[in-house]
Design a protein around this ligand. Structure first.
Ligand SMILES: *[C@@H]1O[C@H](CO)[C@@H](O)[C@H](O)[C@H]1NC(C)=O
Length: 353
């Protein structure tokens, strides 16, 4: 007979095909979601051998006993905060990129999954000056200077670091940025620094007019990868005295123990520099020459349930890399928490509430 355009049989056949097709489409579009569920990071809270440094300043948990007070000085409230980066020594491009990605992740305009670096900086932006102006939420890298010739040697002190800044200011087109500017000096792993590893992993202060020409806040952070990773790149390296048995060091999120360790120290110093740039704004304790600042209070805490040897609940991805914050370009970072003036406790966006 002649061809029929339509029959009940072909209708059911078509319906079946349609159902089969939609099922296949559904299955194929839903499979990435299934995968996403499978790759959701684990939450871990390992107990690790304690870090040896600065534990006296660490305050685990919350308390009214922490007398964090405002001492009437300025905070970095002008937006954006302009960072002038000084790379001292030998740096690989991949290391520079990692650190710059972290700094570029702080501003709210950075696109990142939650919990994000910019959510983490929100705690810092809760600090205000006496006019009620908050610490700025946006941070920009306004200039960079490379000092790969070690212009002031491979061993620096708290005073010669200011000569490094003075050299950078002379040779680079860094403007005198009194309103928003800060310097961040990063030294490579072959550079020693006074008190590095024994007492500090980084510090911040301000420059003296007699050395640099004017007063500007600065911070220094060193790459501890060769010198003392178990001190300054903790918990990606841990003190060895536990012997076997206990959990070992955690895997760094970007595969670079020294630089991944520096990221948390950079976060710590930037938070303190912004809330206490001239060391007369936000700190606890009666001694301004040894202030306990908003980063010091939470050193070694990265998540809920930290303290007493626990670092707090953090995430671990499929490759066992540990992190607690997301940054731009899909970057992951492990950054310590910051003391919140609202909660009167250490806080971070990866808190499990
Ligand atoms: C500024 O800080 C105050 C006090 O911590 C806080 O209540 C407020 O939400 C902050 N404002 C912004 C815009 O972050």
């Amino acid at each position: 007979m002649s061809q029929r355009a339509f029959s009940p049989l072909s209708f059911y056949c078509a319906l079946f095909m349609l159902l089969l097709f939609t099922h296949l489409v559904y299955a194929s579009t839903s499979s990435p979601q299934v995968q996403t569920l499978n790759t959701k990071p684990d939450i871990i809270n390992p107990k690790l051998p304690p870090r040896t440094l600065s534990s006296s300043k660490k305050f685990e948990g919350s308390s009214d006993l922490v007398s964090l007070r405002y001492h009437m000085g300025p905070v970095l409230s002008s937006a954006p905060i302009n960072i002038y980066l000084i790379w001292y020594g030998r740096w690989a491009n991949s290391q520079k990129l990692l650190i710059k990605d972290f700094i570029h992740s702080i501003s709210p305009s950075a696109v990142a999954a939650k919990p994000s670096v910019s959510d983490w900086w929100r705690t810092v932006s809760l600090y205000t000056d006496q006019t009620g102006a908050n610490v700025s939420r946006s941070i920009l890298i306004a200039g960079e200077y490379v000092d790969s010739a070690y212009s002031h040697g491979t061993g620096l002190t708290r005073l010669t670091i200011q000569q490094v800044i003075a050299s950078a200011v002379k040779s680079a087109p860094f403007p005198v940025d009194h309103k928003n500017g800060i310097y961040l000096i990063l030294t490579s792993q072959d550079v020693t620094m006074q008190d590095f590893c024994r007492a500090v992993c980084g510090f911040h202060y301000f420059t003296f007019p007699s050395m640099v020409g004017y007063t500007l806040p600065y911070a220094w952070v060193g790459n501890s990868g060769k010198q003392c990773p178990e001190v300054c790149a903790y918990p990606f390296a841990v003190p060895g005295y536990m012997g076997g048995g206990g959990p070992g060091e955690l895997k760094p999120p970007n595969g670079d123990v020294g630089v991944d360790g520096m990221i948390s120290v950079i976060g710590h110093e930037l938070a303190e520099l912004s809330s206490n740039p001239l060391v007369n704004a936000w700190y606890a304790g009666e001694d301004p020459t040894a202030p306990t600042e908003i980063g010091d209070l939470c050193e070694g805490l990265y998540g809920t349930g930290g303290g007493g040897g626990y670092i707090g609940q953090v995430m671990r991805d499929r490759k066992s890399r540990t992190f607690n914050l997301n940054g731009k370009r899909g970057r992951k970072f492990l950054v310590q928490w910051i003391w919140s003036p609202e909660l009167k406790a250490c806080a971070g966006p990866n808190a499990l509430d």
